[in-house]
Write a protein that binds this ligand. Structure first.
Ligand SMILES: [Zn+2]
Ligand SMILES: [Zn+2]
Length: 151
């Protein structure tokens, strides 16, 4: 898939466009992502910050600290509550788009899963050398695997 990628919140007040290829895509089974998504896991579509253009509305911000201990700023729709993306403090210049907010999710396939030790027991995690029980020290192997697969 080639950029731009479009997406938005559930009510449509906030719309965005991603103008460059993503860095990687992975699933996160941490308890934070389970709570945030109100579901079994989160999907992180990592992009460079300057690739995101908000084309309608203005996200609200919430400052929090992840299970990994890393601070992040969460951006969400103040009307419908949909989480759109996080700005992780330890990766300035990168954003974690919540992949389920993309208009077209049909082509998404995570390269690996992190925090598998807290995955809900029914979830079948596809085998991958990139699966980690907690947070890996570096996400570089996730970026490399995505580039290998998607160019
Ligand atoms: Zn909304
Ligand atoms: Zn998580």
């Amino acid at each position: 898939m080639e950029p731009p990628f479009t997406g938005g919140c559930q009510c449509g007040a906030i719309r965005y466009e991603i103008t460059a290829k993503p860095l990687t895509l992975y699933a996160c089974h941490c308890t934070d992502c389970q709570k945030q998504s109100a579901s079994a896991f989160g999907m992180t579509f990592r992009i460079q910050s300057d690739a995101l253009k908000i084309i309608a509305g203005k996200p609200k911000e919430w400052h929090t600290v992840a299970d990994s201990g890393n601070a992040k700023v969460a951006h969400f729709c103040g009307d419908c509550g949909t989480r759109l993306y996080n700005a992780p403090a330890r990766h300035p210049g990168a954003l974690s788009i919540k992949a389920g907010t993309l208009d077209d999710t049909s082509w998404l396939q995570p390269v690996g899963s992190v925090w598998t030790r807290s995955a809900q027991p029914w979830v079948a995690i596809p085998p991958s050398p990139l699966n980690h029980e907690t947070q890996p020290d570096s996400m570089q192997s996730f970026v490399d695997a995505w580039q290998d697969r998607n160019g």
